[in-house]
Design a protein around this ligand. Structure first.
Ligand code: NAD
Length: 291
């Protein structure tokens, strides 16, 4: 396939490289200088999009996605796929899909889970929203960049699934960290805490697969001085998107709201920026009740 790839950062770069390595003809564009193995860089977003069968975007946020979409949609031919893999607000995903649809394109919102490691290894999970024909066009490419793709529903469903998942992840990480800090003060050994919780009803991905306590459980960013991994500011972005979505549909999400507020405090006032989101544990360790 002829693929245009726009946004070749930490995630987009390796995703585009994997498509090129699989034999696809990939042109790339980024506003920052970028070099990706097997990808021919072009000077504008329109150049990356025109004459392509599919365009993939991997951009920082919804405002930038809207701007790039407005630039490229007029230069794409009817029947082409427009796959946005960025994590953006549901409203932007739906607005861009509606514009693409009106131009006869096949839009899919397909945010990912799996981080930079998954992008490099080609093991991402895609959660996709769009018409069945659009998903069918994108699916073989998801198979190269990832190991699983779930068609969640119509446009916006992929972003909805992503932010609901990450709202669970953020709140669960916080409670896992505060439980470890409580256990410390109760004199409970961390390994014993892990052995019990990871096989009891408090188990979770954050405890079992990504344990925030160094030296306990499988290897995780806590064993690497909390270098990300998944940075706290990216978790904050996703939690804010979940709250924006909750506002727009009048959903009551008190724990999601509390998680967003706590990560905001951690990132903006407590040097959490650039640390893994599991660094909530040393944060709680240093605090007292009522701090
Ligand atoms: P990044 O900042 O490394 O990459 C974004 C790229 O977009 C940058 O290279 C930037 O120069 C480029 N860009 C910005 N404006 C542009 C424009 N107008 N035209 C073309 N290129 C433009 O970010 P990332 O970590 O690769 O994340 C990309 C998206 O994936 C985000 O939406 C993020 O939330 C999501 N995501 C990231 C991770 C992760 O672990 N990094 C995991 C899952 C999802």
């Amino acid at each position: 396939m002829k693929i245009g790839f726009i946004g070749l950062g930490n995630m987009g770069g390796p995703m585009a490289a994997n498509l090129a390595a699989a034999g696809h003809d990939v042109t790339g564009f980024d506003v920052a200088p970028a070099q990706v193995e097997g990808v021919s860089m072009v000077p504008t977003a329109q150049d990356a999009a025109s004459g392509r069968d599919v365009v993939i975007t991997m951009l920082p946020d919804g405002a930038i996605l809207r701007q790039v979409a407005a630039e490229i949609i007029p230069s794409m031919a009817a029947g082409c796929g427009f796959i946005d893999c960025s994590t953006v607000d549901v409203d932007s995903a739906r607005a861009v899909a509606a514009d693409a649809d009106a131009a006869g394109l096949l839009p899919v919102d397909a945010p990912v889970s799996g981080g930079v490691g998954g992008a490099v290894a080609g093991t991402l999970t895609f959660m996709a929203g769009g018409a069945p024909a659009a998903f069918a066009l994108a699916e073989p490419l998801f198979g190269i960049m990832g190991q699983k793709a779930v068609h969640c529903g119509d446009s916006g469903a992929g972003q909805s699934a992503k932010i609901c998942n990450n709202m669970i992840l953020g709140a669960t990480m916080i409670v896992t960290c505060e439980a470890f800090a409580l256990a410390d003060r109760l004199g409970l050994d961390r390994q014993k805490m892990f052995d019990v919780v990871s096989t009891s009803s408090g188990y979770s991905w954050t405890m079992n697969a990504y344990c925030p306590a160094p030296g306990v459980g499988p290897q995780s960013p806590s064993d690497n001085d909390y270098l990300p991994g998944f940075a706290a500011e990216l978790m904050l972005k996703d939690l804010r998107l979940s709250q924006q979505a909750a506002d727009s549909v009048d959903a009551d999400t008190p724990l999601g709201a509390a998680a967003a507020a706590l990560y905001a405090q951690f990132v903006e006032d407590e040097d959490g920026r650039g640390r893994d989101f599991s660094a909530m544990l040393p944060r709680f360790e240093g605090r007292k009740r009522g701090d």
